[in-house]
Design a binder for this molecule. Structure first.
Ligand code: PEP
Length: 248
């Protein structure tokens, strides 16, 4: 499985008025973006985005339709033009009590519906300080592996991007050092090799998220196992365009 392009993705979360987002979109639409980078926008509202930027949803349910007020299905996201969906973000895990197993199930359902998935995993500060980072990440990863393997479609792994998002780095301004990110990304890749397959591990894009900004993006992107950047706060600022072009 060949590794795809380096990815830079936004995560606008539940932010932005129509006018604010329209400005951001116009800025992206006008930008000279590196065609070697796959740019993804995970908008809080759909907008008139240029076609070479992929669009993703911030969450989806595992049923395709029905009486599930407040939910949106993977099929509906796809029908609306989305290519990606984020699943397992720490805000979903903590604020909305989504379990490892539910997230694994949602990942498999979204893949089966034809979406690509950015599956987030990450440890809290206390987990890092008690040296259980890899244990926590591997537990979260295993739930995803188990459900994706249940699909019995090896090629579906091509549509999975793992986002390593240390919880202590999200929205805190405290970014992981490039070395910390590299160590964890390499460990995740080894784990995928052990639990899935070598070619899947080699081809898998593992992206980093957590207080990425223009000041730290380039150094993070230089690390061998960092295959992209997941950008929250800074994706709401014009500097996002420059983050997209860090490989230049
Ligand atoms: C996120 O929430 O996915 C994220 C990366 O946020 P921030 O960049 O603001 O830390």
């Amino acid at each position: 499985m060949a590794r795809g392009k380096f990815i830079v993705s936004t995560n606008f979360k539940m932010n932005g008025s129509r006018a604010f987002l329209q400005d951001l979109v116009e800025n992206l639409n006008r930008a000279d973006l590196d065609s070697n980078v796959g740019t993804i926008t995970i908008p809080s509202q759909l907008s008139n985005l240029r076609k070479d930027i992929a669009v993703g949803g911030q969450n989806c349910f595992w049923k395709s339709s029905g009486a599930y007020t407040g939910e949106i299905s993977a099929e509906m996201l796809k029908d609306a033009g989305a290519e990606y969906v984020i699943l397992g973000h720490t805000e979903r895990r903590t604020l909305f009590k989504e379990s490892d197993s539910l997230i694994g199930f949602k990942v498999a359902s979204a893949l089966a519906a034809g979406l690509k998935v950015i599956a987030c995993i990450g440890e809290t500060l206390s987990e890092r300080e008690s040296n259980t980072t890899l244990q926590v990440l591997f537990r979260q990863l295993q739930a995803i592996v188990d459900h994706v393997q249940d699909l019995n479609q090896e090629e579906k792994w091509e549509d999975v991007v793992i986002a390593y998002e240390p919880v202590w780095a999200i929205g805190t301004g405290r970014v992981a050092t490039p070395e910390q990110a590299q160590v964890v990304h390499a460990a995740i890749r080894r784990r995928v090799e052990e639990t899935v397959e070598g070619s899947v591990a080699e081809g898998m894009r593992i992206i980093y998220g957590g207080s990425v900004n223009l000041g730290n993006a380039r150094q993070l992107a230089r690390e061998k196992d960092v295959d992209g950047l997941f950008v929250g706060g800074a994706s709401l600022k014009p500097e996002f365009v420059e983050i997209c072009n860090v490989l230049r």
